[in-house]
Design a protein around this ligand. Structure first.
Ligand code: NAD
Length: 324
């Protein structure tokens, strides 16, 4: 029998790439989002699409009862920077939404739930190399709700046997519109570099956070979802790829976009969030338990990303325009 997957928040940066990879692996994939169905350039016509607001418990239960997924990839969330604009809404979507999804999956005996956590669960005062288990003291509502999501998922696993698995993503970079995260400066170096030949980053040059090229992030989700449960010693795993300073990203960008001018004008609020995040993640547990390994280095990502961004901008010159 074909494994059926349901993705929440499927119209976002991660969801659209995840759907493509899951389908390529032969899964029957259903997308859902509060936002309308993406156009055919982003999503194949034959992917079933459902309108779903995860804060509506009845709607979650009704859709999941209809689709009857074996695996749920719960991505719906409001990200860190956007999340601080209306923290109350962020709480509702990220926290109530996650409880609704877990509760429905428990009731319907869904086989597996895969959750996307983040480095924003961490807070100030971290060691240079940050392992899975350190005190979690997030400074954003996004981080607070993701800590709660990790803990709720772990509770549902221990209390009800719901097979919950999560990765803590670093800042993810891909040739698509980012969802309002605080790591977006990295992508903007590429997109504004191609569009305009210059970019003024909202962080200091020495800012250093863990980053990852999207294909590695998607592969991590899929590999974790397929790992035998018996090999998993925990529910939530750090995963890492590379941790360049903002200045090192700028240097890498300039190898692919000669003459690009990248400057730094830190925004106090966003810099404070960045400074509270890990500089380097220790992902030893993921490597040991389910064989996690990143493929892309920063320079390999740059090489792959720049032609993709160029092609997208050629097709749609307004795509990466924004007011900040
Ligand atoms: N992109 C990153 O760098 C990054 C890093 C760490 C973790 N993550 C996590 O990965 C997941 C996906 O992130 P993304 O980058 O695709 O974000 P995104 O903002 O691009 O996508 C999130 C999607 O959730 C949808 N959504 C918002 N409110 C909803 C609601 N009430 N009901 C249903 N859907 C709703 C949005 O319409 C959007 O399509 C999130 O859980 C995020 O926290 C992302």
């Amino acid at each position: 029998m074909t494994t059926r997957c349901l993705v929440t928040g499927a119209g976002g940066q991660v969801g659209l790439d995840l759907i493509r990879v899951l389908r390529a692996r032969g899964f029957d994939v259903h997308g859902s989002d509060i936002a309308p169905r993406p156009g055919p350039a982003q999503l194949d016509d034959d992917v079933p699409w459902h309108s779903l607001d995860v804060t509506d418990a009845d709607a979650v239960e009704s859709l999941f009862s209809k689709v009857r997924p074996h695996r749920v990839f719960h991505l719906a969330a409001i990200l860190s920077a956007r999340g601080e604009e209306v923290p109350q809404r962020t709480y509702h979507v990220n926290q109530t939404g996650t409880v609704n999804v877990l509760e429905t999956c428990r009731k319907l005996e869904v086989e597996r739930v895969i959750f996307t956590s983040t480095i924003a669960v961490f807070g100030p005062g971290l060691p240079e190399l940050v392992p899975d288990d350190v005190p979690l003291q997030p400074t954003t509502m996004y981080g607070v709700t993701k800590v709660a999501g990790e803990m709720l998922g772990d509770y549902y696993w221990r209390r009800f046997g719901l097979d919950f698995r999560a990765v803590r993503f670093p800042g993810l970079i891909s040739a698509s519109l980012p969802g309002g995260g605080t790591s977006d400066y990295a992508l903007f170096m590429y997109t504004d570099g191609v569009r305009l030949g210059h970019y003024e980053a909202f962080c200091r040059a020495d800012t250093r956070i863990p980053l990852m090229y999207m294909p590695d992030g998607i592969r991590a989700l899929v590999e974790l979802s397929e790992a035998p449960r018996g090999s998993l010693r925990r529910s939530t795993y750090n995963i890492a790829a590379f941790s360049p300073t903002a200045e090192q990203i700028a240097a890498s960008v300039s190898t692919a976009i000669p003459g690009v001018k990248i400057t730094f004008a830190p925004d106090a609020h966003r810099q404070a969030i960045l400074d509270s995040w890990p500089r380097v993640l220790d992902d030893d547990n993921a490597r040991q338990d389910w064989g996690w390994q990143p493929e892309f280095t920063l320079d390999q990502m740059t090489e792959a990303l720049v032609p993709k961004i160029r092609a997208l901008i050629e097709q749609n010159p307004e795509l990466f325009e924004r007011d900040h």
